[in-house]
Design a protein around this ligand. Structure first.
Ligand code: SF4
Ligand code: SF4
Length: 154
């Protein structure tokens, strides 16, 4: 019996991946596109308030190619900066691989289905409110904790 070759994310380092491979690591959860708050001690809190360019159904960016031009806070991830980005969610494939961990079974590269991210309750679909509806001083009222959301179901 012929053995399947190991997938690229197991054989290549993040730096060795092609642009296409790198992009395919993103599971499209949309978590990193939520507004975050940081306290004096550097702790980062996610809110359910989405960037104005996030499509709340697909959880993809509506203007991906121009994202850093259109949204000044939008960070374009590269292998070089991963170690300096402490706020990526624990579920993020870039963070997982950078920490030497495996991709989860719900990741589209393994499940071959984009929707497994939603069914595993990783996607922000159904939990976000648009940025334009929330004043900056109200952001604190929108803090979310992933574990709580997971246990409450959606
Ligand atoms: S948190 Fe990671 S996997 Fe999810 S959308 Fe952002 S970059 Fe992609
Ligand atoms: S501009 Fe950046 S933060 Fe906003 S939706 Fe697009 S990728 Fe996410």
């Amino acid at each position: 019996m012929l053995k399947e070759p190991a997938p690229f994310w197991k054989t290549k380092s993040l730096e060795e991946m092609t642009a296409q491979e790198w992009e395919s690591l993103c599971d499209g959860c949309g978590r990193c596109c939520l507004n975050k708050l940081e306290d004096d001690e550097g702790n980062v809190f996610y809110t359910n308030v989405a960037c104005r360019l996030l499509d709340d159904q697909s959880c993809l960016c509506k203007s991906y190619e121009k994202r850093s031009y259109l949204v000044k806070d939008c960070l374009v991830l590269t292998p070089e900066i991963l170690n300096r980005v402490s706020w990526l969610p624990e579920s993020c494939a870039y963070r997982l691989l950078n920490e030497g961990k495996a991709l989860p079974l719900w990741h589209p590269l393994i499940s071959n289905e984009a929707d497994t991210v939603y069914h595993a309750r990783i996607s922000v679909r159904g939990i976000v409110v648009p940025e334009k509806e929330v004043a900056e001083e109200e952001l604190e009222d929108h803090i979310i904790y992933w574990n709580q959301l997971d246990s409450q179901g959606r």
